[in-house]
Design a protein. Structure first.
Length: 407
């Protein structure tokens, strides 16, 4: 399937100008773009909204079974994308058919049983603790000191981890998701942590997600539950952290939101929704594999070809966004949570939204005169074609006392 004009899926433009890059890809190649992954491994990037809907809506023709891939013989054992495009990983990501539906039900039930008021309390408490650690300084990096620390702390508490495990989980997750030289080590740390938590909960059940998953009667093994916990943690932490960071960036740099920093919270939801359309944390996802030869977007797709889901490209498809207007209202027809039977479970979406919105609101409440400390155009993104998030978000504000130090 290698084509001479395939586009390398990497490089600085995914940091600096992804919207323009996706427009050029669409102009030069159409809705389905030939791309090259690390090591010149070929794949297709689906940028068309309708084409992405077709791929995600047909799990038989476009399967999640990675064993179908026709490139495995060319993939080295130390390939840095193996944590994201794995073979024979016993997780929900690669389970198909009725077994997948059972597994999705187990996860959804375990997440849905979380008390929403307790979730909000955890998010507020951890957010306040993080703000306490920086509020007296008058300046901070809201990515490293806040957004990158909050979701995993809340999720770890919901799953049943001790609070002190949070920092190590953050490092391991970031290493794994970035797909670079530390990816496999990060994956190993995460697997070990999840396995230990399962062993602990078997001996000492509690009111948490892991205990509820272990109590499910569908007969999933410890290894399967370990893999699912890894998927849930990775999918729940980093995109939510980037959702917080990208939304705060929008509110601090766009005049449409500036007034509401002092006037109330009504614009927080609008900013969060616009980010999901225009600057979604999950840019591209791997993937689907063609179960047989087919055609998609004018391309001939061969059996076993890998298709990457271009979520951000589809969100900005001019065929469905004819006026190119910003979407800050209630339009939720974006692909940011996926589509079809492998989309993000609805309870997980709700948890992510509560964590992100709480995190944003606490910052705006506690630091009401917060402002960007550097020119907006100097902000940079992580070097990843998969997840789009800021490397840092420097801000300044009037120092205020920590909550715990108040009488």
């Amino acid at each position: 399937m290698t084509t001479p004009d395939a586009v390398p899926l990497g490089g600085p433009r995914f940091q600096t100008e992804p919207a323009r890059l996706y427009r050029e890809m669409r102009r030069d190649h159409g809705a389905v773009v030939p791309v090259l992954l690390d090591g010149d491994v070929p794949a297709w990037l689906v940028l068309g909204y309708r084409e992405l809907h077709q791929v995600t809506g047909d799990p038989v023709l476009f399967s999640r079974d990675s064993d179908l891939w026709n490139q495995w013989e060319h993939i080295p054992a130390d390939w840095p994308l193996l944590p994201m495009i794995g073979r024979k990983q016993p997780s929900i990501l690669y389970t198909v058919g009725e077994r997948h539906r059972q597994r999705a039900g187990m996860i959804s039930d375990a997440l849905e049983a979380a008390d929403p008021f307790e979730l909000r309390r955890h998010a507020e408490r951890f957010a306040d603790e993080l703000v306490d650690a920086l509020c007296t300084a008058g300046e901070a990096d809201l990515v490293a000191q806040y957004a990158m620390l909050l979701p995993v702390r809340v999720l770890a508490r919901l799953y049943g981890f001790p609070d002190e495990d949070g920092p190590g989980l953050v490092t391991a997750l970031n290493d794994m998701i970035d797909g670079r030289e530390r990816a496999l080590a990060g994956q190993a740390h995460l697997a070990t942590s999840m396995g230990q938590l399962i062993a602990d909960r078997k001996k000492d059940p509690a009111h948490d997600v892991v205990t509820r998953m272990l109590a499910d009667g569908s007969g999933f093994s410890d290894e399967e539950i370990t893999q699912d916990l890894m998927v849930m943690m990775a999918a729940g932490h980093q995109p939510t952290a980037d959702w917080i960071g990208n939304s705060l960036r929008l509110m601090l740099t766009d005049d449409r939101f500036a007034a509401s920093l002092f006037g109330g919270r009504h614009s927080v939801a609008e900013a969060m929704n616009e980010v999901l359309w225009e600057d979604t944390p999950t840019q591209n996802v791997a993937g689907r594999w063609a179960a047989r030869d087919t055609h998609l977007g004018g391309r001939r797709i061969q059996a076993g070809d890998l298709l990457l889901l271009g979520l951000q490209g589809a969100n900005s498809d001019p065929q469905v966004r004819t006026d190119a207007s910003a979407l800050t209202g209630g339009n939720n027809a974006h692909f940011s949570f996926g589509h079809g039977e492998h989309r993000c479970p609805f309870p997980a979406q709700e948890i992510a939204e509560v964590i992100a919105r709480t995190g944003i609101e606490v910052v705006l409440d506690r630091l009401p005169d917060i402002d960007l400390a550097v020119p907006a155009e100097s902000l940079t993104r992580r070097p990843s074609p998969w997840l789009r998030g800021l490397t840092e978000l420097p801000v300044r504000f009037t120092p205020v006392p920590a909550l715990l130090s108040r009488p």
